[in-house]
Design a protein around this ligand. Structure first.
Ligand SMILES: [Zn+2]
Length: 303
């Protein structure tokens, strides 16, 4: 059948829970990647589709599972429908996810946990979970480290590594999955809607597959920006010092023009909230300034 015709069928707009599942050889490494836990960040999902369709199964040594995140929100191109799917990975909730809830993310979470349970992770010596994201501000490629992240793997990505942010966010997939003995981290690939964001994610995950001997297949020559932020003088490691939480029902407006890793001074005007000025409590670098409608974190400060 004609490839192009096939691509234009309505099916191509459907998002899949299991995007790819590749295994072979005797390498005892399991790599699970999740893409699109935030539905407006399709780059993660697209990167996984690319990996699943371009990795040569005959050269593959290990087990790779690519999982789609918030499928309903991806379809509607929204961060989430009722609640942020990357803030509800909490033991109490997961042990008892309400049935027939009006919160569609609960059903998404149930299905994700089910898929993760079915993967025979106990049979692998090494388990790695990478959660793929993108951000709404420019220059957004970085790693959010957890306590189980392997620094050697993170280093391969040549992007800043943020420490201590995992502990400041409640209910993330990367933190929850640590108790399943996965080495985890979040990989922010760049800016929402920029083509090189998916390329960053593809190239980065592929580097990790090579380093863990999962494949010897050369990395496709895609235009990416890995390495650029560090080259511009941003430190390799930064600590998360502060999160500006937006109170319920507040109107938050970030000042225009901030990008990730822009230097900021203590007392600098950053945003307006309910008509009042929000100034930076620290000198450092701004991270993830909010330039989208949904989300409860206005900005982060790292240094
Ligand atoms: Zn995200």
């Amino acid at each position: 059948m004609n490839q192009k015709l096939q691509k234009n069928t309505p099916e191509s707009t459907l998002f899949k829970r299991i995007i790819g599942n590749i295994s072979g050889g005797d390498n005892q490494t399991l790599l699970v990647c999740i893409g699109g836990l935030h539905g407006n960040e399709q780059a993660g999902y697209n990167a996984l589709e690319y990996l699943a369709s371009h990795l040569d199964e005959r050269l593959f040594n290990g087990h790779f599972v690519a999982i789609g995140g918030n499928l309903q929100a991806l379809k509607e191109k929204k961060r989430y429908l009722q609640t942020d799917l990357n803030r509800i990975w909490l033991n109490d909730l997961i042990d008892n996810i309400p049935h027939d809830s009006e919160i569609s993310e609960y059903e998404e979470l149930r299905q994700l946990i089910e898929v993760l349970r079915v993967i025979p992770h106990d049979t692998y010596k090494r388990r790695i979970l990478i959660d793929l994201h993108t951000t709404s501000a420019p220059n957004g490629a970085f790693v959010v480290r957890t306590t189980t992240t392997d620094d050697q793997l993170a280093k391969l990505l040549e992007i800043p590594v943020i420490l201590g942010l995992d502990k400041k966010l409640q209910g993330t997939a990367m933190t929850y999955m640590e108790q399943w003995d996965y080495e985890t981290f979040a990989f922010e690939g760049g800016t929402i809607g920029k083509e090189n964001s998916a390329n960053n994610l593809i190239s980065g995950v592929w580097r990790i597959m090579q380093a863990t001997q999962m494949t010897t297949q050369p990395i496709p020559n895609l235009e990416h920006t890995l390495g650029k932020t560090i080259q511009n003088g941003v430190p390799n490691y930064l600590n998360c010092e502060y999160i500006h939480k937006i109170p319920e029902n507040s109107t938050f407006k970030m000042l225009e023009g901030f990008g990730n890793f822009d230097s900021i001074e203590e007392g600098q005007l950053l945003a307006h909230q309910d008509g009042k000025e929000i100034r930076s409590p620290y000198t450092g670098y701004v991270l993830m300034p909010l330039y989208q409608d949904d989300g409860n974190d206005g900005f982060f400060i790292v240094k």
